[in-house]
Design a binder for this molecule. Structure first.
Ligand code: HEC
Ligand code: HEC
Length: 180
């Protein structure tokens, strides 16, 4: 005869699977929660900028170079406002007509830590969020001596920056290093 207790009788191995699944589920939820909290907050720098050398920022920087330099050069965080990075990280499937692979949550959290720590919120609150480096005020501010005549793309940086391979935007061509 059917007993209700049969419904709930687990084999030992099933119970083990259940416990493992629960642990994995909880881990995923906590990573997701951290990410939503990090992205949900409006860009704030007070805490983040205190310690730009935190290990998670370093890990984020390395992941950024791996994940975001596959198709174009790694664009340094400081040339775009924090809001732009937030939008790009939130929409890896809609990335300038393509999609960024390998964007699991943990990758997103760490990359966000690097980008947030090394960029600033948009200068004029409420103004459109730049989608291209060319539209960014920070890009202009970082280039006081340069008057750009050609359109700026991810391919043009290398004309003047010789350290891009090492993610170093300080090193310049002799022409600029020596210029007053
Ligand atoms: C699958 C290839 C691919 C990957 C990986 C990729 N991108 Fe892009 N990205 C593009 C394409 C295509 C464009 C538009 C054309 C261009 O400038 O190269 C672009 C443009 C950009 C631009 C605007 C550049 C400009 O012209 O002003 C930014 C900023 C950017 N990507 C950030 C990122 C970030 C952040 C990541 C990592 C999370 C990333 N990209 C990873 C393909 C990629
Ligand atoms: C025509 C030459 C030229 C091009 C093209 C150019 N830059 Fe620069 N960049 C400079 C010079 C010169 C400086 C130093 C500031 C100055 O003298 O204006 C600089 C400074 C910077 C800095 C600040 C470096 C620091 O920490 O002191 C960043 C970041 C940067 N550029 C990023 C970029 C990116 C990203 C691109 C491409 C989208 C780019 N630049 C294209 C010439 C150029």
């Amino acid at each position: 005869m059917f007993k209700i207790s049969q419904l709930f009788r687990f084999k030992r191995s099933n119970l083990l699977y259940l416990v493992i699944s629960l642990i994995i589920l909880l881990w995923c939820m906590s990573v997701g929660w951290a990410f939503n909290r990090a992205l949900g907050a409006s860009p704030s720098h007070t805490l983040a900028q205190l310690s730009p050398n935190r290990p998670t920022v370093q890990a984020g920087k390395e992941l950024y170079e791996k994940t975001c330099a596959g198709c174009h050069i790694p664009i340094p965080a400081e040339v775009l406002p924090t809001e732009t990075w937030q939008q790009l990280l939130e929409n890896p499937q809609k990335h300038y007509g393509t999609s960024v692979p390998n964007m699991i949550r943990l990758t997103q959290v760490l990359i966000w830590d690097y980008l947030k720590t090394n960029s600033r919120p948009i200068l004029l609150k409420g103004s459109p969020i730049p989608y291209y480096v060319e539209q960014s005020q920070y890009f202009t501010i970082l280039h006081p001596r340069v008057e750009f005549k050609e359109p700026i793309t991810t391919q043009s940086c290398v004309l003047c920056h010789t350290g891009i391979k090492d993610f170093n935007y300080r090193r310049l061509t002799a022409e600029w290093e020596d210029a007053p």
